[in-house]
Ligand binder design. Structure first.
Ligand code: MG
Length: 333
């Protein structure tokens, strides 16, 4: 069969063939291969659990695809609590008629991403819906990890005087998706940064357990994420525009499209907020990893305007970076 049929989600013979020939082939492991009603896991708490549903359009984009993104996105959220992600569940909603080759490419990519991140897919589900009821493929993943730090990083723990660090260039994922969707080509192609950050997060927290906040600035970008943290902690996040790393091609594309890179999604970056005296050490750990090579401090936490994000411009002015009313770009992840 070269296309997904409604029968594949029936729970009957066709479903079992799909599970055996495709899902187990790329995602199989001792837990998943048991094929019981639920996964048998042995874990010790405290645990970090996160769920996310991926609807990105297009499903294949420069630097990744919906399959790798569904692994990276959830692995990263689980890791941000100071946890080692261990297990993933995945639910697929497939549109009747989706080319089998596309599905295979996506599942293979998920398997690769899961192996690299060191997580096992332990249970899953597949539904096929009639043409038009969903656009090609939606994937839900839930991740579970074991928290290994005495005090989990949290958006509520930012304190005045803390440093605000970012692990690298911002806006790559958002611009990569948008340019592919709109058929735009730039001189230097922009790749999504999508990647699993868990190994870097483990090294960072093992070296510097004093980290207060870790968060990946996905949908809504750095500006939205800092607004969430400012609100949760009741502090001001003050950032310096000139210190924020943006690739020239991303800032060029943003000016062309009338977008602000600070509101664009990232899928392989994180913000780290910690006492200023540990900032240099944290930056060296981050820079020693390819995923944090371009890490820098972009600002500091203050008490002045609780709940606000303030941007200092190169000319010395300041600008309020509010949360957007709606989404800047739909179906970015
Ligand atoms: Mg997140």
């Amino acid at each position: 069969m070269d296309r997904v049929l409604l029968d594949y989600g029936s729970g009957g013979k066709a479903s079992h063939r799909l599970i055996g020939e495709l899902f187990l082939k790329y995602l199989g492991n001792a837990v998943l291969d048991r094929l019981d009603d639920a996964a048998f896991l042995e874990m010790s708490g405290p645990l970090s659990v996160s769920t996310d549903t991926f609807t990105v359009d297009p499903i294949f984009f420069p630097g990744g695809d919906i399959g790798s993104l569904a692994v990276h996105g959830t692995v990263n959220d689980v890791a941000m609590l100071g946890a080692r992600p261990k297990y993933l569940t995945c639910g697929f909603i497939l549109e009747e008629g989706l080319p089998m080759a596309d599905l295979e490419r996506i599942v293979e990519s998920m398997g690769r991403a899961a192996r690299e991140a060191g997580v096992l897919v332990v249970t899953g589900d597949t539904k096929v819906v009639p043409r038009g009821a969903v656009d090609k493929i939606f994937i839900n993943t839930t991740g579970i990890g074991e928290i290994f730090v005495p005090e989990a990083p949290s958006g509520r723990r930012a304190r005045p005087g803390d440093a605000i660090l970012v692990s690298g260039f911002v806006g790559d994922h958002g611009l990569a998706i948008l340019s592919k969707r709109e058929g735009l080509t730039f001189e230097a192609p922009v790749l999504s940064d999508c990647a699993s950050l868990n190994h870097l997060i483990v090294r960072l927290l093992e070296t510097i357990p004093e980290v207060h906040v870790l968060r990946d600035p996905t949908r809504g970008g750095v500006a939205t994420t800092l607004n969430e943290i400012a609100g949760q902690s009741g502090v001001e996040c003050r950032i310096l525009e000139s210190s924020i790393p943006v690739r020239p091609e991303v800032s060029g594309g943003c000016s062309f499209l009338g977008l602000d890179p600070l509101y664009l999604a990232n899928e392989g970056k994180f913000l780290c907020i910690l006492p200023q005296e540990h900032a240099e050490a944290a930056l060296s750990v981050m820079r020693a990893d390819p995923l944090g090579r371009d890490a820098v401090q972009i600002g500091t936490v203050r008490a002045d305007h609780p709940g606000k994000v303030v941007l200092e411009t190169p000319l010395g002015g300041t600008r309020l970076m509010d949360m957007l009313e709606g989404e800047q770009l739909p179906r970015i992840c």
